[in-house]
Design a protein around this ligand. Structure first.
Ligand code: HBI
Ligand code: FE
Length: 289
């Protein structure tokens, strides 16, 4: 059972809810410069690729200025728009702590920024991924409600011992989601919009499958954390995420998932709506290595 995860104490200096002070004054010029480099690379790429909600949020929060944003300033506007706030954490936090923050409309963001020599790939979410990638979407009222609903759902999933299934929903929507618009596919997932290479791969590369979003289907699909995704799921609108999360009774769904097998990562099922039948050439050639 994954339900009774052992209690993890916060690291020294962190509060019981794992938050820390951002310590904005202490960032070095070199750290601010990393933010500016990443910010300018992404914003040159994202018009016509990121969805309107993301681009509007980025604009509304003015995350640029002279480098790493000060959470106190971001929160003034963010809390006014949707009642969300950003809180600083040292890095990954335990699942129950993460969900408690989301359920209370607080987004835990890594306080540190990646090193200049690891601009493109890192293991733990840093402030650029968390703030540039996630926070603009939290200015959208529908997405804001979806994230809170996910936090509450995560708390229940822990109780059911089915977090591994619900985590796939987070992965294939909040982190790597695509949206269908009249102008074509657009990105809303934070893992994509914060990545220079995946912002292009996710939309343009012939390798990955791009399939219509279906909750149960997504929850049966494993994902990879070490390389570009082999499958992306496409929602018709952000409202779909909120509706499906609020309207689904997850208890019988988890009961069905007990016996349902996982779907191989690159498989296309008869019921899938296919936007792209990927070649899988990238993954078959060994991916990043
Ligand atoms: N902690 N800081 C941080 N960021 C996350 O995205 C995160 C986490 N802890 C747990 C966690 N995510 C997972 O529970 C979910 O994404 C499923
Ligand atoms: Fe993330």
């Amino acid at each position: 059972m994954k339900a009774d995860a052992t209690f993890q104490a916060p690291p020294p200096g962190a509060r019981p809810d794992w938050t820390i002070d951002q310590g904005w004054e202490a960032y070095s010029d070199a750290e601010h410069q990393v933010w500016i480099t990443l910010y300018e690379r992404q914003t040159a790429l994202l018009p016509g690729r990121a969805c309107d909600a993301f681009l509007r949020g980025l604009d509304a929060l003015d995350l640029h200025r002279t480098g790493i944003p000060d959470f106190a300033r971001v929160n003034e506007e963010l809390s006014r728009l949707t009642g969300w706030s950003v809180v600083a954490v040292p890095g990954l936090v335990p699942d129950d702590v993460f969900f408690d923050h989301l359920a209370n409309r607080r987004f835990p963001a890594g306080q540190f920024i990646r090193k200049p020599q690891e601009l493109d790939y890192l293991q733990e979410p840093d402030i650029f991924h968390d703030v540039f990638g996630h926070v603009p979407m939290l200015t959208d009222p529908v997405f804001a409600d979806y994230m809170q609903a996910y936090g509450k759902g995560g708390q229940r999933a822990l109780g059911f011992g089915h977090l591994h299934n619900l985590a796939r929903l987070y992965w294939y929507t909040v982190e790597f989601g695509l949206m269908e618009t009249a102008a074509g596919l657009r990105i809303y997932g934070a893992g994509i919009v914060s990545s220079y290479s995946e912002s292009r791969f996710a939309l343009d590369d012939p390798s990955p499958n791009r399939l219509g979003f279906d909750l149960e289907r997504v929850m049966r699909t494993p994902y990879r954390i070490d390389d570009f995704q082999q499958v992306y799921f496409v929602v018709p609108a952000l409202q779909t995420l909120l509706d499906v999360t609020v309207e689904t009774d997850f208890a019988p769904l988890y009961a069905r998932l007990e016996t349902a097998s996982d779907i191989p990562i690159a498989a296309i099922e008869p019921a899938d709506r296919v936007f792209t039948r990927g070649t899988q050439a990238y993954a078959n050639a060994g991916g990043r290595t």
